[in-house]
Design a protein around this ligand. Structure first.
Ligand SMILES: *Cc1c(COP(=O)(O)O)cnc(C)c1O
Length: 395
């Protein structure tokens, strides 16, 4: 069989060797994996979820095991509205502004398919979330990135990039204002206001990807851009993956009902509806405040792990490493003096440690001395040992 002749160019366009690597090494126990982005399973509220799943299957099996509306189960959407308002200050949302998706990844894919034509511009932070980059590449968008300097997006440079493009080609601005992946940086209130002003001036639509606002370590939940958005200019994406459990595969998009309708049409031909059973489980969990009641524990465990990584990096690498201590999220993004993290990867694997080389996270001008390091999944001992193995690899 000549299988290659079956293929379009899409699999090549979205291919990500690093992602394949991460998944392959996740199963190899001796390799300390700092490359992934998994939550610590010890913080999954599994007993509550087991009880809830049992209740769902007793009380609502007829609906929970059935097909459900493409936009999402009404009971779940109602709980999302309340959750966004009480935890994140995103108020005034109505259920017709919500599209439930199979993780926020599906919503992003369906949104890109709905809005981006070949040659359209998508403006991003540089570096940015590489799985989002693959989505935009799949639809042949032109990616234009503005740098994050000392934890702040350079909005003036972003505006400069926007100005250089034909207005009808400007499609989306994809950003992670809180706990940016990979840098861990959060925009200040001024940066957020500035970004919204620029978006207004050029009539840009912003996609805010926000999995991490509640996963914060300094006692303060930063305000999402969506909470400052008066014009429905911000399309807000969030997820149960980091605050509850990624295995549920539940995310959602909040946008103007007109957009929700259009993206729903696309989502519907992808998978008809998002997993109904998961949505009922999550609806019950939100209603009984499982996430909020678990947050203190999540923050305590992750703060301790973050501190272990940050302390060990400083102690082991001294002035050879540079990073902004993350106040939220799951990663430290580190620059290592004089190191090429791409070419060093092979040696790292031989030393039984894996990280995400930073070069592939840039849409242009890659920093070859950067690496994204995850601190939520490995134990504190593994984090410290992993950092020491990095030292052995790099210097
Ligand atoms: C983890 C993460 C997500 C979550 O994706 P899901 O499909 O909801 O699991 C989305 N965006 C970013 C930036 C992430 O780090």
């Amino acid at each position: 069989m000549d299988f290659p002749k079956l293929l379009t160019d899409v699999p090549k366009k979205v291919e990500n060797k690093d992602l394949d690597n991460i998944l392959a090494y996740t199963v190899r126990q001796e390799v300390i994996n700092l490359a992934g982005g998994l939550p610590d399973p010890s913080v999954f509220p599994h007993e509550q979820l087991r009880d809830i799943a049992e209740r769902v299957l007793k009380e609502n099996f007829d609906k929970a095991l059935q097909y459900s509306p493409a936009t999402g189960v009404p009971e779940f959407k109602k709980e999302i509205v309340s959750y966004l308002s009480r935890g994140l200050g995103i108020t005034g949302i109505t259920e017709d502004q919500i599209l439930v998706s199979s993780g926020s990844q599906e919503a992003l894919f369906a949104l890109a398919m709905t809005t981006v034509s070949p040659g359209d511009y998508v403006f991003t932070e540089n570096p940015t979330y590489y799985v989002a980059v693959s989505v935009f590449r799949a639809f042949d968008s032109v990616l234009s990135g503005a740098p994050i300097v000392k934890g702040q997006l350079n909005v003036d440079l972003l505006e400069g990039k926007v100005k250089e493009t034909p207005p009808e080609r400007r499609k989306l601005v994809y950003v992670m204002p809180n706990a940016q992946n990979p840098t861990g940086a959060s925009m200040s209130e001024e940066t957020k206001k500035h970004l919204l002003e620029v978006a207004e001036r050029y009539d840009l639509t912003i996609v805010e990807d926000d999995p991490y606002s509640l996963i914060n370590y300094e006692g303060k939940t930063p305000r999402p851009l969506k909470a400052m958005d008066k014009e429905n200019r911000v399309i807000y994406m969030s997820t149960m993956s980091k605050v509850l459990a990624p295995g549920l595969r539940l995310g959602w998009m909040v946008a103007d009902p007109y957009l929700v309708k259009a993206v729903t049409n696309v989502k519907q031909v992808i998978d008809l509806n998002t997993n109904t059973l998961s949505q009922y489980v999550a609806a019950y969990a939100l209603k009984s405040r499982v996430i909020e009641n678990n947050l203190e524990n999540v923050r305590r465990v992750y703060t301790s792990k973050r501190n272990a990584m940050v302390d060990e990096l400083s102690e082991v690498f001294k002035d050879k490493v540079e990073f902004v201590k993350p106040e939220s999220g799951m990663f430290v993004f580190a620059l290592f003096k004089g190191v090429n993290t791409r070419t060093a990867l092979e040696k790292a694997i031989a030393n039984s440690v894996l990280y995400l080389p930073g070069d592939s996270l840039y849409v242009s001008d890659p920093q070859y001395n950067s690496a994204r390091l995850n601190f939520t999944y490995p134990s504190e001992d593994k984090i410290r040992e992993g950092v020491r193995r990095l030292k052995k690899t790099f210097y």
